[in-house]
Design a protein around this ligand. Structure first.
Ligand code: HPA
Length: 247
């Protein structure tokens, strides 16, 4: 059994401070996971960590094998998964370096495999996705951030785009009109697949930059994205430690 699994996004390729570490890579009916899964102990609890883009960051958002990643984590016994996602901020209080736990999703991705039931063996299912993230895990994540004294925004709509390019200003303006507060490339189909598997899932969003047209700058620089992400990513381990100890 695993008390918590963490899927790290851009900027988060390993989890510090794990004891009794072992690397595993269970085979799945859907192919290979993005990388090895690192399993270890943290404060007497078990944590599994998987880098979504691979540790060398060589898997693009639309090429991630989301099904294999989730199926492997479930096979290891993970009943709760937190997806850490780098995002752009759209809403005024979602600027660079902000952490947020969104509560809604709009999916703009295309051409990705979005279900285990796609005619290749798994039964076709129609999951209830009214609340795309698990309310209990969201609540625990927010409580953990509070205990870790990390400011965090409760709620917001995550708009999932195809990438790997960033969006145009017109695309972000449209997403804002649609009600999106954050924009990222990897939130879907991950959340839906977790629901299909019956695994609790929540998103910890790290704002790396203002989305196109939302800040003062005419262009989004990669240096800025990485500097902001480094800052936000440093807040993740204390939250996860609290999340694990609170259960
Ligand atoms: N758009 C989409 N995904 C992202 C962004 C963005 O501006 N920043 C980090 N991930």
């Amino acid at each position: 059994m695993i008390d918590l699994a963490l899927i790290g996004g851009t900027g988060l390729y390993k989890f510090p401070g794990l004891a009794d570490v072992e690397e595993v890579r269970p085979g799945t009916a859907w192919g290979e996971t993005s990388d090895v899964i690192v399993r270890g102990r943290l404060g007497g609890r078990s944590l599994a960590f998987l880098a979504r883009h691979g540790c060398a960051h060589d898997i693009a958002p639309h090429q991630v094998n989301y099904r294999a990643n989730l199926a492997a984590l479930k096979a290891l016994g993970a009943a709760r998964i937190v997806g850490v996602n780098a995002v752009g901020g759209i809403r005024d209080d979602m600027g660079p370096r902000v952490l947020a736990v969104p509560d809604q999703i709009i999916d703009y991705t295309h051409g990705r495999i979005t279900s285990f039931g796609d005619g290749t063996g798994g039964a076709v299912t129609h999951i209830d996705f009214s609340e795309p993230y698990s309310p209990g895990l969201r609540r625990d994540l927010l409580g953990a951030a509070q205990r870790a004294s990390v400011p965090i925004v409760d709620g917001g709509c995550y708009g999932a785009t195809q990438g790997p390019r960033l969006e145009t200003r017109a695309e972000i303006a449209r997403m804002r009109r649609d009600g999106c507060d954050l924009v990222g490339m990897t939130g879907m189909p991950e959340a839906a697949l977790a629901r299909e598997l019956g695994v609790e899932y929540a998103c910890l969003a790290l704002v790396a930059n203002w989305a196109a047209g939302c800040g003062d700058e005419a262009e989004i620089s990669l240096e800025e994205i990485y500097a902001n992400l480094e800052h936000a990513t440093a807040q993740v381990p204390p939250i996860v430690r609290e999340l694990l100890s609170g259960r």
